[in-house]
Design a protein around this ligand. Sequence first.
Ligand SMILES: [Fe+2]
Length: 384
Amino acid sequence: MIPVENKKTKHTIMVIDDNASELLLLKNILGEMYDLRLCKTASFALSMLERISVDIILLDIEMPDLNGYEVLKIIKANPATKEIPVIFLTGRSDNTSELEGLTLGAVDYLAKPFSPPLLLKHIEIHLLIESQKRKLKDFNENLRGMVAAKTEKVLKLQKSILKTVAALVEYRDTSTGSHIERTERYLEILVTAVMNEEKYKKFSEKWDIDLILQSSLLHDVGKIAISDSILLKPGPLDAKEFAEMKKHVQYGLEFVEKMKEIDGEEDFTEYARIMTGYHHEKWDGTGYPHKLKGEDIPLLGRIMAIADVYDAVTSERPYKKTIPHKEAMAIIRDGRGSHFDPSLVDLFMKKTDEIHDAKKLETRKNIDNKSDGGAAQTPAGKRS
Ligand SMILES: [Fe+2]
């Protein structure tokens, strides 16, 4: 038997039976061990269930207002009471009635006349099962909480490592200022817009925007391998230097491939591979390094190309002045169908106010930071 330590730990049992002598009998059997709620009608029991919680219900079937099956259906339909174990305690001893009761969700079925010790044993077993279920539920919830906390920690660590890698790139390429972080802002606006467009749903419905933005921090990671004489050159690059600068994409891809060997086929490294490897491709096939054309360029690469160039154009670099937002948008528009995916340019144009606001915010944040840049030739700066 479940020990009864004091009155407060007594389990509450509700008995629903229209027969007064049955109620009295049950009171005599159970009254010492349990806190009883005796109900002569189903409607009284149901209204009591709205006010108190009970651990188990003993339910008769034949009653004048609602029969036991109807009461059970009401209890099971209510989220507040559906978990309470219900035991039928009834004069009906046929298999059909028992099957119906158990099918409707009762945990047990005892026919009258019943053996009191057997009834006590059945109640004890069901209370024990409920207690184990609660413990398991608590354990699962704790486990879920622990896993969520651990995951959050790992994601924070991942983000901080990425930020460090991005910072390393920017320390080397001082001309670009906070290009990587600013590009992330513009990328967020365009990726969100794409995810909301019906025509891109088949590509974007499984995208995880947080992971996309995090992985975008790596898009210029290959610049780490570019020599200072090229990376820090204050003026425009000559053809040979530019050919060398273009290799940052290949170096970046090698870096991401190494990550992939460790990480497996995770979404994060796949996003990073696309944005690192395809952000300098052009819609008309004149980009680099793959010289892909149109929709052969992965969608995230086409998106990244716009965000990357917008930032390069609107940022001051040693070899060029800042170009205002409006002119930068005109430059992007001019590249519609040649440099950029025409549909994405249209979407980008629709977001002009949001882009401008993000630009102003980033400008304020970097008010003391006069440098900026990248490694792609842009229409205006000829090097982004
Ligand atoms: Fe780049």
